[in-house]
Design a protein around this ligand. Structure first.
Ligand code: FAD
Length: 453
């Protein structure tokens, strides 16, 4: 095992000058991947279909950005290892570090849980600011260039001994003037995200698609920003999470972000009616906030229009199970691998953990075939944890129990026991939080007492 800080140092590479790398997508996963690649490759071309803003702005191709977007502790630590000082840069731009349970407060369906510190720290900011600070760090890399163009396909060639999968030789692009061209590369990181064309590219190239599992958490978000009312400047505001708890289908998340704002997200599941105007939004927000929270938000000026987002289904693509058919040099990451129920705030952290896995796989291995195998195994673990945790928590809804899922049922049972046992044992609360923050695998909960106390 390599000490984390050494992963950022220059290292041996597959060719004397190092391979050329292309990253498809300039979202969170693509930027984190570029940072992971940097010490290992001769050049990186980051290809993004829309012009990248110089300010923290919501981009057209990340329509999820107006909604609450917090970074779990695992994602915070992974990015810090890849880019030392990243957390400090984000905080000096306005992100708030919130201690889980004491400042990252959650509601158990009956009451707000008692404040206490269990260890993890969440970074709370707008998604636009998060991506902006990450972009500033990554665009400063000396051997990185940006190409504003849309990737149209993967370029492949047979491997020399022709005994297994083809290898990547680059990508085909169409630029903003519709000019077609191609870029050569030995490594292609696919960070094209939830709306990316990965499966189309695979089909066009005659590649076997990954196996895919889907679920239907059926969620709608409506969000708006509000001014935070003047408070004691020495007192860091808390975030308040009241996600819909089965059988309820409505919930709210209220998170403090940069520039003295709240981002408030209203949640509706399984067809719950959502407010359509500012008046309806305020009414629903105050109802769900309850008396404890109303004093923070009642009368606060609304600073943005309402923005909605609907997620009928999420999916997990197991690229690791078709690893022998994947083109050598192809590395999927982030939402290209899995999309999650956004209520559990996992997607950006999984992408960061996968970028860390990419860095380690390139560091530990010299041969492309070993690099890819090591990466796929390591990158699917955090996705699997997040997928199983989300599925297990969602099993509380009868609507989410129509498919058989032994792993989620097992974890759901373990979580119920763990929560029950943790009422009296504070160290168990910390253990649960470490699992929910993807700092430890869910099977850590197997060591919990097997009977409720
Ligand atoms: C409503 C909502 C709330 C969420 N809340 C949280 C949260 O609180 N915490 C959290 O961690 N995660 C959250 N997530 C998940 C998080 O947004 C994603 O996991 C994360 O953005 C993944 O980033 P990505 O880079 O993989 O994909 P994306 O953000 O989708 O980025 C993909 C990029 O690729 C570009 N692209 C696509 N195709 C091409 C092409 N052919 N050529 C060139 N460029 C291309 C796109 O333009 C885009 O910029 C939430 C998601 C949703 C939907």
């Amino acid at each position: 095992m390599v000490a984390p800080h050494t992963l950022c140092q220059p290292l041996r590479s597959a060719t004397p000058l190092g391979p050329r790398a292309v990253v498809i997508g300039g979202g969170v996963a693509g930027l984190a991947a570029a940072s992971a690649l940097a010490p290992h490759v001769a050049s990186i071309t980051l290809i993004e279909q829309e012009a990248l803003p110089v300010e923290p702005l919501i981009r057209r191709h990340t329509p999820q950005a107006p909604h609450v977007h917090a970074l779990l502790d695992s994602g915070r630590q992974a990015l810090e290892k890849l880019m030392p000082g990243f957390g400090a840069a984000l905080q000096s731009a306005g992100s708030l570090p919130l201690r889980v349970r004491s400042q990252w407060r959650s509601h158990d369906g009956h009451a707000w849980c008692a404040p206490e510190d269990t260890g993890p720290v969440v970074l709370s900011q707008s998604r636009a600011l998060f991506e902006h600070v990450l972009r500033q760090r990554v665009l400063a890399l000396p051997h990185l260039s940006i190409e504003i163009a849309r990737v149209r396909g993967l370029r492949l060639a047979p491997t020399e001994n022709d005994t297994r999968q083809p290898r990547i030789t680059g990508v085909d692009l169409e630029d903003q003037t519709r000019r077609q061209k191609s870029l050569s590369a030995e490594i292609v990181v696919d960070a094209s995200g939830r709306a990316g064309d990965t499966l189309k590219w695979f089909k066009a190239a005659g590649l076997q698609p990954p196996t895919e599992t889907t679920r239907c958490p059926d969620i709608r978000y409506v969000s708006a920003c509000f001014a935070r009312l003047p408070a004691d400047p020495a007192h860091l505001p808390s975030a308040w999470l009241r996600p819909a708890q089965a059988p309820a289908t409505q919930g709210l998340v209220m998170a403090p972000i940069e520039d003295g704002r709240w981002v408030v997200t209203l949640i509706g599941r399984f067809g719950a009616a959502m407010p359509r105007d500012a008046h309806g939004f305020r009414q629903r927000m105050l109802e769900l906030a309850g008396p404890e929270l109303q004093l923070h938000i009642k009368g606060a000026p609304m600073l943005s229009p309402l923005r909605g987002f609907a997620i009928k289904s999420v999916r997990f693509r197991r690229f690791d199970r078709t690893a022998r058919e994947l083109p050598l040099g192809y590395f999927p990451i982030g939402d290209t691998i899995a999309t999650f129920n956004p209520l559990y705030g996992q997607g950006m952290s999984v992408a960061a953990l996968q970028a860390q896995a990419l860095s380690r796989a390139l560091y530990d291995n010299t041969q492309p075939v070993d690099q890819q195998a090591a990466y796929l195994a390591a990158a699917h673990s955090p996705a699997d944890w997040a997928w199983t945790i989300g599925g297990a928590v969602d099993r509380a809804y009868t609507q989410m129990c129509q498919q058989e899922d032994a792993a989620c049922d097992h974890l759901a049972a373990r979580l119920r026991l763990a929560f029950s046992a943790s009422v009296l044992r504070s160290e168990l609360r910390g253990q649960i939080d470490r699992v929910l923050h993807l700092l430890e695998p869910p099977d850590k909960l197997d060591a919990f007492p097997t009977e409720p106390v």
